[in-house]
Design a protein around this ligand. Structure first.
Ligand code: ZN
Length: 287
């Protein structure tokens, strides 16, 4: 990030004052612990994507979270702030290709750039890592295998657009064509920016691959789905047990209905499932 704004200067002095506050006499901290039972809190922010630099909008989230974490550490709680570069996905592969470097080189360069920016803004992560790590692979495999062994994963063959030139399946945003409703040209594969319609990429008229400009072909591929409906009852009870404000509980459960296709709620509910299974620890997700 190239911007070095006044915000950074304000933030620097703000964190200085917080750091000084943490140097308060031990008995002040002990008193705070006495007044509030010590909690174990694990905090993260949305993982920055490794295909480009961090912008000021991203940084606002990290600053807010960092302030929250510092506050809870000052209160004597055991609070860990962890984050990582999100190093997987088609845009990373394409960006690396554009720059004529390997994806591994791109994600390594980006991680260094991101960490330099975080250091400049005095964001104090307890651990900053990458999704392209052996630890992440082990945990992802473990979670997946456990879910699969317990019958919570289903497989389904779906048709998807495929770029025969690049020999790859195309995400919705990498297909453009004519809107099936208003016939506006050059619209994304998932929604029309002119009339606001949402649709499946296969509904687009005259679709083209953004990557090669070729006409994509439909091809079958096997997809894996997490059966959120298996957890509906337990989540319904748990989200209403006072862990969250009522409004958030309702919103979560509305979003987790089997007919809901919004992936965000599915991920949030997966986090809730994991949290339910790990009751000794609190997980908060910002962003
Ligand atoms: Zn349209």
């Amino acid at each position: 990030m190239k911007e070095r704004s006044i915000l950074q200067i304000y933030y620097y002095f703000f964190t200085l004052s917080l750091n000084n506050a943490t140097l308060a006499p031990q008995n002040s901290v002990a008193l705070m612990i006495m007044q509030h039972k010590q909690r174990q809190i694990l905090v993260t922010s949305a993982l920055p994507y490794a295909n480009g630099p961090i912008h000021i909008g991203h940084m606002v989230e990290y600053i807010q979270t960092d302030i929250w974490v510092r506050f809870h550490k000052m209160r004597g709680h055991q609070c860990f702030y962890v984050c990582a570069d999100d190093a997987h996905g088609t845009p990373i592969m394409l960006r690396a290709e554009e720059k004529n470097i390997s994806p591994e080189t791109l994600i390594s360069e980006m991680q260094q750039e991101h960490q330099n920016d975080f250091n400049d803004f005095v964001i104090n992560f307890d651990n900053y890592h990458t999704t392209h790590s052996s630890e992440n692979q082990i945990f992802a495999n473990t979670i997946y295998e456990k879910l699969d062994n317990d019958g919570h994963i289903s497989k389904k063959t779906i048709k998807q657009f495929y770029d025969p030139n690049k020999e790859m399946f195309l995400p919705d945003r990498f297909i453009r064509g004519e809107c099936p409703k208003c016939h506006a040209i050059d619209q994304y594969g998932d929604n029309c920016e002119v009339c606001g319609a949402t649709y499946s990429p296969t509904d687009l008229k005259n679709p083209v691959s953004v990557i090669s400009g070729e006409k994509p072909v439909e091809k079958e591929s096997e997809h894996y789905f997490f059966k959120l409906s298996n957890f509906e009852e337990i989540l319904h009870k748990w989200t209403r047990a006072g862990h969250y404000k009522r409004k958030l509980s309702i919103s979560l459960m509305n979003g987790s209905r089997p007919d809901c296709r919004n992936g965000i709620y599915h991920v949030m509910c997966l986090i809730l499932v994991l949290k339910f299974q790990m009751r000794q620890i609190n997980i908060f997700t910002y962003g």
